[in-house]
Design a protein around this ligand. Structure first.
Ligand SMILES: Cc1cc2nc3c(=O)[nH]c(=O)nc-3n(C[C@H](O)[C@H](O)[C@H](O)COP(=O)(O)O)c2cc1C
Length: 181
């Protein structure tokens, strides 16, 4: 079931790391839509220093999933129907800014913003996601032929969740994380 995009806060509540996927395949059109949401994310100087590799062929998904299963972690990723690999590209900052800071200074934030945009879009289309930071980077680099100069930040497992149940969010309180002055 697709959620109502007008209720943003419900969408934010519903998004959670999905660690159990159903067998239902993910439609290519939905993958394109969630990439579109990532493409529209904000970035420092609008530099858009990102590249997304969408792994959808079952054999490749299995191989990529293997690279995330270190230390007995992330075994559920083998059930995902697609895995999106998020790679950092060189950021071309506007000249005034480029004089003052390293070109990649904003890139981590930019990729984080794009990743959340992607995950929320997936949720709005009824898809579950899990952002995965633990994986064997050299192996994944070799598997997908990603050059050494491009950091691989995260992979996002995508699929239909096996259950609709939304867990309680474990979060610090607003008082702990913010103040008004
Ligand atoms: C940068 C990053 C890396 C993460 N790496 C992993 C991971 O390797 N394996 C995993 O199962 N979850 C991973 N997660 C998911 C977090 O554990 C999860 O977002 C957090 O516990 C909050 O739970 P929620 O996403 O269900 O709200 C990662 C999340 C982020 C943002």
């Amino acid at each position: 079931m697709e959620n109502d995009m007008s209720d943003f806060f419900e969408l934010v509540q519903r998004r959670q790391s999905c660690r159990q996927f159903s067998d239902k395949p993910v439609e290519r059109e939905k993958l394109v839509k969630i990439l579109e949401a990532a493409r529209l994310a904000p970035s420092g100087c609008n530099s858009q220093p990102w590249y997304f590799i969408v792994v959808e062929s079952p054999d490749k998904v299995a191989e990529v999933a293997q690279t995330t299963m270190q230390l007995g972690l992330n075994e559920y990723i083998g059930q995902a129907k697609a895995i999106i690999v998020i790679v950092e590209e060189h950021a071309h900052l506007i000249p005034k800014v480029a004089k003052m800071v390293d070109s990649q200074v904003f890139a981590k934030n930019d990729l984080g913003a794009a990743t959340l945009s992607l995950c929320l879009a997936a949720e709005s289309l009824g898809l579950g996601t899990c952002i995965v930071g633990m994986f064997d980077r050299p192996k994944l680099r070799e598997l997908l032929d990603i050059s050494d100069d491009k950091p691989i930040h995260m992979v996002v497992a995508v699929g239909y969740a096996a259950s609709d149940k939304v867990r309680n969010k474990q979060r610090k309180s607003l008082e702990e994380i913010s103040r008004f002055v």
